[in-house]
Design a protein around this ligand. Sequence first.
Ligand code: FAD
Length: 363
Amino acid sequence: MPRCDWDAIILGAGPAGLALAARLASRRVLLLERQLEPAQGLRIGESLPGAASLLLQRLGLFEEFQSGNHLERGATIAIWDSEEPVWRDSLRDPAGPGWVIDRRQFEQILLNAANRRGATIRYGCQNFQVSRAAEHWSVEIEGDSTQHVAPVIVDASGRSASLARRLGVNHTKQDSQVCLHSFLIAPAHDEDTTTRILADQDGWWYSVRLASGYRVLAYHLDAKHPERLDLQNPEAFLDRARHHPLLAEVLGQTKAAEVHTRPAGTAMLDIASLDKAGPGFLAIGDAAITFDPISSQGLFHALASAEAAAKAINAGCWQAPPAMQTFKQELTAVGAHYLAKLRLTYQGPQRFAQASFWAERRG
Ligand SMILES: Cc1cc2nc3c(=O)[nH]c(=O)nc-3n(C[C@H](O)[C@H](O)[C@H](O)COP(=O)(O)OP(=O)(O)OC[C@H]3O[C@@H](n4cnc5c(N)ncnc54)[C@H](O)[C@@H]3O)c2cc1C
């Protein structure tokens, strides 16, 4: 079997995998994606904190990002700890207000950078074998007669963490929250720039307008909620949202649209045991830590963990335990800080303390 040598093989061409491929510019990188082509169409996950600007600068992509179809984040109006709406002005954030991004454009910038910087990206890689021999990782892709070999393999497969789990690293799904959401066509007069967040008995909502003219309306509730299937009806979903004046104000006479569902709860790898998989195994982005959307940290973490992984790879982590240790310590600290903050967030709506959604998430 012919053999092809790489410096790193990455699984998953989402924001984390693409950011890592773009960072490893001078190296031979093979990026394997199971989808047949780059994803198109609308995708939820549009809030990017201001602190991401530093990461984008270090990636050399900030200027390109700024020229995209993104909106500066306006104020947040939250009905959370009490029934009184609380305004938080995003301009007060020391790292800057952040953005409501065009998600696909954001991913396209990362994809273009990975391509420009020489990564080989293969789509449609659904079946492959991964093994470790003679101090290398070896990947054999169905329908490809080449053996792909590298000292490093990175799981960037998103919340499924499919490679890590396959290689025996413990993975915990800590929350069965799902997100029901619609992309509504915002009326021309909808110039609202706020992000509206509110807690109710069974979960929490948010809505924000995108630069593309759509308005995201999202409801997060438990996967086993008895009304979950009923709420997948577009009219029922919009109708439920309109019960809340904070949302009704911006939804107006907007027409209902298809309701999509995505898993949206925290999930985590046991970072301390990454070595179980073998030397030179790393996990980044959602594959390492899947953040609850309430934190709006998923994309920041995708970029930050890609940066940490690039440092580890450049320091030869497969044969340098301190480099691996630094990577693991960074991710472990992020995970611990996040879980502590998340518990506090879910303790906020005391008025629903007895409701099962909140009781299960108060920690
Ligand atoms: C409802 C919801 C709202 C969100 N809102 C926000 C937000 O406002 N702000 C924010 O920052 N974050 C948000 N997030 C989180 C954000 O979307 C994720 O953190 C981000 O997409 C993680 O990027 P990733 O590259 O790690 O994973 P993904 O984006 O999931 O990409 C993983 C890639 O790996 C591929 N893949 C999977 N398995 C395999 C396999 N076996 N082989 C090859 N390829 C594979 C997938 O096809 C995909 O392309 C939200 C998430 C949800 C669910």
